[in-house]
Design a protein around this ligand. Structure first.
Ligand code: TYD
Ligand code: MG
Length: 458
């Protein structure tokens, strides 16, 4: 534990230069506002004798290390367990980041009470809300009677003291930005404070086996004092995403020392908190208009799972000298590239048109496999003609208009069939290697011309 006598220094986050006093500009590399207060830990000196005796761990063959599955506990939410890699690992530190209001407190409180129901000790450290407010939320979630211990505290040392006394199986700190340590003079919420407090909790988690969940807000600017500065410190980083105006929420692992990254869990925010969505494809396609131009169904991969989502495009004459290009849920640079390919290879006039793209349901799609659906949605909107019904698309589009294969075609096709679709338009390379899927017609396309023909877009 860090006591009040700990020395602190200001360290430049760009070049590592250390000074005893704060400067607005780093004296070494001249970066502005880059100095952050940090606690200085004096390196422990060991006497020559101790070094000769060889204190500390010795190297040993990797094969001699007992392989033991980490001890995991179910959080009671299958979707959360999945993203964690199969449950909450003892002694692990997990960061749950996301926009304010997205549902982080709701998610962690639900997990807390499920753990408590299973007889595990759980401590919920409320730095943002009063215990009454948390109780109110718990009642609303129907969890008012759960045996969760609650602690309104913002001092990191005091939290550690309580953890020492309670030794719970898990602790939630909501949020890490409210925590501060007496070791530093800087204000709560500053980079130094957030990092130092998290470091204290991490050390405690590793020493005692208490699983630690840190809640962190991400601000619009990507946040300097936010969760980003903690990513290297913790074992697992989960981001809770979604469009505030939609009920669907996606929990994504961006780092996981105990499981695969890019695993996602899908939830729906309702009257009684977050409910797991067992059939994400159906949820994302629920409000899809049938027979509307500009709507295409994409089979994408969300972590290990194939998911069907709707890509919407609206292309309309622009009154602006510089037409608008808006992409929500897909990469704007990628969209610009695809529009250029359409102009060049298909002579489609887009330079005087506004183009809006949206992934329905607030999902983010980050793989090139979305290209074919983006192109199809744009073309469908331009022509004012709906795409053939019951058709799912995927595939990457290259600069010459060629259509390239992508990974896991069979999983995508099976998901399409499971959701009742009857036809897939896919890269020819994928179609060749694919075993037939029941009731599914496969149309392989090698280039944009073939795509337009397959979709009857002329
Ligand atoms: P919250 O968990 O407080 O978000 P965060 O901790 O990420 O800031 O959730 C806030 C939103 O969720 C709030 O707008 C209300 C909504 N909500 C529901 O719709 N249903 C519920 O049962 C609960 C508890 C919250
Ligand atoms: Mg909250």
């Amino acid at each position: 534990m860090v006591d009040k006598a700990t020395r602190t220094a200001f360290v430049c986050q760009q070049c590592g230069h250390t000074t005893p006093r704060w400067h607005g500009q780093c004296p070494s590399c001249s970066t502005w506002e880059s100095l952050v207060e940090e606690a200085v830990r004096e390196p422990k000196r060991r006497s020559g004798a101790a070094r000769a005796a060889g204190g500390g761990p010795k190297p040993r063959p990797l094969s001699a290390v007992p392989s033991q599955d980490s001890i995991r506990r179910s959080t009671g939410l299958d979707e959360l367990d999945r993203v964690l890699g199969g449950g909450l690992v003892q002694g692990s530190v997990t960061l749950v980041g996301g926009d304010p209001g997205i549902g982080k407190s709701t998610l962690t409180l639900q997990a807390c009470s499920a753990l408590a129901r299973r007889g595990h000790g759980v401590l919920y450290v409320a730095g943002e809300e009063s215990p009454q407010q948390v109780r109110l939320r718990a009642d609303r979630l129907g969890l008012g009677d759960a045996e969760v211990m609650i602690l309104p505290e913002t001092g990191a040392e005091a939290v550690i003291d309580q953890l020492e006394a309670l030794r719970p199986a898990a602790v939630v700190v909501d949020s890490i930005q409210t925590l501060h340590t007496a070791a530093l003079g800087s204000a709560p919420g500053s980079v130094g404070q957030v990092r130092e407090s998290a470091a204290l909790l991490t050390t405690h988690a590793k020493a005692t086996g208490t699983a630690c969940i840190l809640v962190g807000h991400v601000t619009k600017e990507g946040s300097l004092a936010g969760p980003r500065v903690l990513e290297h410190l913790v074992d697992t980083v989960l981001y809770f995403e979604g469009d505030g105006s939609h009920a669907l929420r996606v929990l994504r692992a961006v780092k996981n020392r105990f499981g695969s990254t890019n695993e996602v869990g899908v939830f729906e925010m309702g009257e009684r908190g977050l409910a797991e969505v067992r059939n994400p494809s159906a949820a994302f396609l629920a409000e899809r208009p049938v027979d509307a131009p500009g709507s295409a169904v994409l089979a994408t991969l969300e972590g290990s799972r194939p998911v069907l989502v709707e890509i919407q495009a609206l292309v309309a004459r622009s009154g602006l000298a510089m037409p608008r290009r808006t992409a929500i849920g897909v990469d704007a640079g990628r969209v610009a590239l695809l529009l250029a390919v359409l102009e060049k290879r298909r002579r489609m006039q887009l330079h005087d048109q506004d183009v809006f793209l949206n992934v329905a349901g607030g999902l983010r799609v980050d793989e090139p496999a979305a290209d074919l659906a983006v192109v199809a949605a744009v073309a469908s909107s331009v022509r004012g003609r709906p795409l053939p019904a019951h058709t799912v698309l995927w595939g990457e589009v290259g600069l010459t208009g060629e259509v390239r294969s992508v990974a896991r075609a069979e999983d995508r096709a099976r998901e399409a069939a499971r959701q009742g679709f009857r036809r897939c338009v896919l890269p020819v390379g994928n179609a060749r290697g694919l075993r037939p899927v029941d009731g599914l017609e496969l149309t392989g396309v090698a280039a944009l011309d073939a795509l337009f023909e397959a979709l009857d877009l002329g």
